[in-house]
Design a protein around this ligand. Structure first.
Ligand SMILES: Cc1cc2nc3c(=O)[nH]c(=O)nc-3n(C[C@H](O)[C@H](O)[C@H](O)COP(=O)(O)O)c2cc1C
Length: 644
């Protein structure tokens, strides 16, 4: 069977539509279909001007026939058995370019008005030929409800009915914007598998089974609207941060007080249920809890063999009615273990007397311990050298500007409910805390209850499981750049609490690229390694990620025994240096500058992004000197084959 998929998203390969069509077509091919995908935007279509030239002056031929690529596309359309109309929902309908495409199919029919061959009392235009036999619709949309597709579906159903195409149904995905983001692809591997199944079934059985249809409609955001809003809001905030949009330009329409409750990412908000009170952007937690978090952040590898006792005395938080519990506590560090004790110890190595707020800010990374001490914000006696080593010994999260974690990490953490498998959770009631230390880190927790999972950027008082990891390690594991299992073995991250939950993580979060799966590989060696589970070819929004994603589309056959390093020196809006190393049929991505690149590409980020998205032809851009190349030019000519 010949299948033609039309991608009506102007974002082409970066689109959610494309990410839905790709696994669907893979499934179809597996079942024996011959498939082809056209990005409609690439056809450069002129709009139908309603001149009826195709009906009268040159029957069957459009007036624009030499101006764009519609004739070629129509050849495929008119020989396909099944055409899949893939379009994002734009203003409750199809995208403009998809509509232009459909309008331009007018030459297929003749002007005469005759009774419809199948439908009583309905008028029809005779077709010059009857193809395709079947059609179906694939559509993502931004809003999280299915209702928005109503008129789009009605349009395609009516079109199929009138034009006598067998209608194989529709695959709709609300809340789909996240599908277009490269760093989140790991969250959707479960969904993509279902799309593959659907593709196979359509070719094999001419329909999608009811079970698969139900799976296709399953909520990808089991955390509910709140989790969804949170994730979406975080994404748009980060995009605005990227372009340094001032606060006053972010919300030009006031948010009604009632709405605030449903926008959890807005500053403020108190979650009394979880026992953490918040005031002035601070979580008010007992002293014991604050130090327990520190115990979790202790890194035994930082100073091997360290023996020390650190005494704390906290003054209570000011201006709020909150009792943080006993004021005196000490940490004991010995044999690579850090323990917390209440009271005072004789002869501590270091003694700290601090206002509650100051230590809180140190704990969340808003202040660095030794600089806060230099600024006289708290008192310390004893080994000041030890104090100076605190940022190594305790891996506090150190969020970036505006107290924000690394945006990519943040999206992955906030997106974890997306990959949550309610069936695997059964009646599990658990809270999992992530303390992600170091630059760009943050504290998150996942709350699993009643088959739902919610992610929050907040600490929680009594988590059942705590995962302590440096932010950069957790991010690299999440993206499959380093092996989770190995990192765990090498003590690059630690866990404490209920290990049963830890062992279940792989099932709870179906996504294959996510760390829990890697962790669960400790128990299931047969599970695919993160390398094999790399998401499909994704073009994406940011230049570094675009280059980092190239190994996932690397074609080892084309590379043969090639050994080469391709260096990218990116200038412009998103500057950076990266290189790709090709060896033994494997391509790996690295940050920084290689000492011996075979070829160096010097490019503004905008140019490389446009080339990757297919908006600019790579070799033409080179000829026009939009980017420059030094070294082995033959590699440049091979790039298209090396990265499919
Ligand atoms: C011009 C425009 C109009 C849109 N209209 C709607 C809409 O009516 N309803 C909706 O839920 N999402 C709407 N969206 C959001 C897209 O449907 C959503 O981001 C989708 O995932 C994009 O898919 P793509 O990546 O395949 O282009 C609109 C987006 C754009 C750019």
């Amino acid at each position: 069977m010949k299948v033609l998929a039309l991608n009506g998203s102007p974002r082409m390969k970066a689109s959610s539509t494309y990410h839905m069509l790709t696994p669907l077509l893979e499934g179809m091919e597996k079942a024996g279909a011959e498939t082809e995908l056209i990005h409609i935007r690439k056809l450069d279509l002129e709009v139908c001007i309603g001149c009826y030239t195709c009906w009268v002056r040159t029957p069957g031929e459009c007036i624009h026939k030499d101006k764009d690529s519609m004739v070629d596309a129509m050849e495929l359309y008119n020989t396909a058995d099944l055409v899949i109309f893939g379009t994002p929902l734009y203003h409750f309908s199809m995208s403009g370019i998809m509509k232009t495409f459909i309008d331009r199919t007018l030459p297929r029919i003749e002007p005469w008005l005759i009774p419809h061959p199948d439908i009583p009392d309905m008028t029809f235009h005779p077709e010059r030929f009857h193809k395709p036999n079947k059609i179906m619709l694939v559509s993502p949309c931004g809003f999280p409800e299915f209702d928005h597709f109503e008129s789009l579906v009605a349009t395609f159903r009516h079109m199929a009915h009138m034009e006598r195409f067998e209608y194989l149904g529709e695959i709709l995905r609300p809340g789909a914007e996240a599908l277009s983001r490269r760093s989140l692809q790991g969250l959707f591997t479960g969904y993509y598998d279902i799309l593959r199944q659907a593709g196979e079934q359509i070719i094999r059985d001419n329909r999608i089974s009811e079970e698969t249809q139900a799976d296709l409609r399953a909520d990808l955001f089991p955390g509910g609207k709140k989790a969804f809003y949170d994730m979406a809001g975080s994404y748009w905030e980060q995009q605005m941060d990227r372009f340094k949009v001032p606060d006053e330009m972010r919300h030009t329409v006031p948010i009604l007080a009632d709405d605030l409750d449903s926008i959890p990412y807005a500053p403020g908000g108190t979650d009394l249920n979880l026992g953490v009170l918040r005031s002035d952007g601070r979580y008010l937690v007992p002293n014991e809890y604050m130090l327990n978090l520190m115990v979790g952040m202790f890194n035994p590898l930082a100073i091997p063999g360290l023996r020390a006792t650190v005494q704390f005395n906290f003054s209570p938080p000011k201006g709020v009615d909150f009792d943080p519990g006993p004021a005196d506590w000490y940490l004991n560090i010995n044999d690579g273990v850090c323990t917390l004790h209440q009271g005072r110890t004789a002869l501590p190595t270091l003694s700290i007397t601090t206002p509650y707020e100051i230590w809180f800010d140190i704990g969340t990374g808003a202040l660095i311990a030794d600089s806060a001490f230099d600024d006289g914000k708290f008192e310390a006696n004893g080994s000041i050298t030890l104090l100076e080593q605190f940022s190594q010994i305790f891996q506090h999260p150190q969020p970036g500007e505006g107290g924000k974690s690394n945006p990519e990490l943040d999206l992955i953490m906030m997106g974890m409910p997306t990959a949550f498998d309610a069936k695997a959770a059964d009646d599990l009631d658990a809270t999992i805390q992530f303390v992600l230390g170091g630059a760009g880190g943050g504290i998150y927790h996942l709350q699993i209850q009643d088959g739902k999972c919610i992610s929050k950027r907040e600490p929680v008082l009594d988590p059942d499981l705590i995962i302590n990891a440096p932010a950069e390690i957790w991010l690299a594991i999440s993206k499959g750049e380093i092996d989770g299992q190995q990192a765990f073995m090498e003590a690059k991250y630690r866990t404490s609490g209920d290990m049963n939950i830890m062992l279940k993580m792989g099932e709870l979060f179906r996504s294959t690229g996510m760390p829990p799966s890697s962790v669960s590989q400790l128990l299931k060696p047969e599970t695919l390694s993160p390398q094999e589970e790399k998401p499909m070819d994704m073009t994406q929004l940011n230049c570094r990620d675009t280059i980092a994603g190239m190994p996932s589309v690397f074609n080892p056959e084309a590379a043969g025994d090639l050994v080469a390093v391709i260096q990218f020196n990116v200038t412009g809006d998103e500057p950076g240096s990266y290189f790709l190393q090709i060896e033994n049929g494997v391509c790996t991505f690295h940050e920084g500058e290689s000492s011996s690149p075979a070829m160096t590409i010097q490019t503004p980020s905008e140019v490389w992004l446009a080339v990757s998205r297919g908006e600019m032809e790579g070799q033409t851009a080179f000829m026009q000197q939009k980017y420059t190349v030094e070294g082995d030019f033959s590699l440049l000519l091979k790039l298209n084959d090396l990265f499919k």
